[in-house]
Write a protein that binds this ligand. Structure first.
Ligand SMILES: Nc1ncnc2c1ncn2[C@@H]1O[C@H](COP(=O)(O)OP(=O)(O)OP(=O)(O)O)[C@@H](O)[C@H]1O
Ligand SMILES: [Mg+2]
Length: 256
C-alpha cells in the first residue's frame, strides 16, 4: 500500500453511551460517500466492540490476537523470530483489515484480563503510527472516558470529535477530555456534537464552556429503529437526524 501525504485522523470521544460508535460509523459512511476514491480506515478502539456491528462487518482477527501471537513467540524464547515478527506485525495488520469498498476496518479486540488492556492500548498507538499514513482518512471509535487520550493513543489525531448527550456529566467529560487533549494531542481542530437531545428548545441551557458546538442531534426515531432491527448505519435514511447532524458537524470542521 502506498503512503498518503496528508492523513486526516478523526477520533470520537466522550462519556459512555452518548453515541460515539453510531457517530463513528456515520462518519465513515459520510466519508465514503463524499470521497469514493479515497482510502478510509475505521478503527474500533473500544474493547467492548460495537463499530463492526454499526458498519455491518464481521471481525475475523483483532489487534489483540496479533499482539498475543507476538507475545507467545517472545515468551517461547524465540528472539530472532520475535524480531522478524516485529517487521511482520505491520503486514499482519494489513491482513487483519476487513475491506468493504473503499473502507477498511480494524478492531482492537478484547483482552481477557484487565492488565492486558494497557498493553493493547500501547500496541494500538504503534499501529496507528504504522498504518494510518497508508490511508487518506482514519476514523477512531474511542473507548468511553479519557484513558486513551491520557495514554496518548490519540497522539496523532488531527480532528477530535467530542460527543456528549445533553447531560451535565456528559458535557463535563468532553470539556475535561478537550483540556487534556490540548496538552497531549497535536490535533488541528476539535468540536462538540450534542447527541440524543430530547428537546431541542433546551439547547441554550447547555453549558459546554468554550467548546465549539458543531451540531445538535435530536433523539432520533430512525436510529432507534435501526438499532432494534440490528441494521448498519448504511441503512439509515439521509433524512434521519443522525445523518444530517453528523454531516453538518463534518462540514463545520471542513472535513467534507
Ligand atoms: N441520535 C440518537 N437517537 C436515538 N438513539 C441513538 C442516537 N444516537 C445513538 N443512539 C443509540 O444509543 C445507544 C448508544 O449509542 P452508541 O453505542 O453509539 O454509544 P457509545 O458512546 O458508543 O456507547 P459506549 O460508550 O457504550 O461505547 C445505541 O443503542 C444507539 O442506537
Ligand atoms: Mg461505543
Amino acid at each position: 500500500m502506498e503512503k498518503q501525504p496528508n492523513t486526516t485522523i478523526i477520533a470520537l470521544v466522550g462519556k459512555g453511551g452518548v453515541g460515539k460508535t453510531s457517530l463513528s460509523a456515520m462518519t465513515v459512511r459520510l466519508l465514503s460517500e463524499a470521497y469514493p476514491d479515497k482510502k478510509i480506515l475505521a478503527i474500533d478502539a473500544d474493547p467492548a466492540i460495537g463499530l463492526s456491528t454499526a458498519l455491518g462487518v464481521d471481525v475475523v482477527s483483532t489487534v489483540d490476537d496479533i499482539r498475543k501471537s507476538f507475545v507467545q513467540t517472545v515468551e517461547d524464547g524465540n528472539k530472532n523470530a520475535a524480531i522478524e515478527l516485529l517487521g511482520e506485525a505491520k503486514y499482519q495488520m494489513f491482513d487483519a483489515l476487513i475491506e468493504l469498498g473503499n473502507v477498511s476496518f480494524l478492531a482492537i479486540g478484547r483482552p481477557e484480563s484487565a492488565g492486558c488492556y494497557c498493553k493493547v492500548n500501547a500496541y494500538l498507538k504503534e499501529i496507528i503510527s504504522m498504518i494510518a499514513d497508508h490511508f487518506d482518512y482514519v476514523v477512531i471509535d474511542g473507548e468511553a472516558g479519557i484513558e486513551q487520550v491520557n495514554r496518548r493513543v490519540m497522539e496523532k489525531v488531527t480532528h477530535l470529535l467530542l460527543v456528549s448527550d445533553g447531560s451535565r456529566k456528559g458535557l463535563q467529560v468532553v470539556q475535561t477530555i478537550h483540556q487534556v487533549a490540548s496538552e497531549l494531542v497535536m490535533f488541528d481542530k476539535a468540536g462538540l456534537i450534542v447527541n440524543r437531545m430530547p428537546d431541542m428548545s433546551l439547547l441554550d441551557r447547555l453549558d459546554y464552556g468554550d467548546l465549539k458546538l458543531l451540531a445538535c442531534i435530536p433523539d432520533d426515531r430512525d436510529m432507534v429503529l435501526n438499532d432494534l432491527n440490528g441494521e448498519s448505519v448504511f441503512c439509515l435514511p439521509e433524512s434521519s437526524g443522525i445523518y444530517q447532524g453528523c454531516k453538518k458537524a463534518l462540514v463545520e470542521l471542513g472535513i467534507i
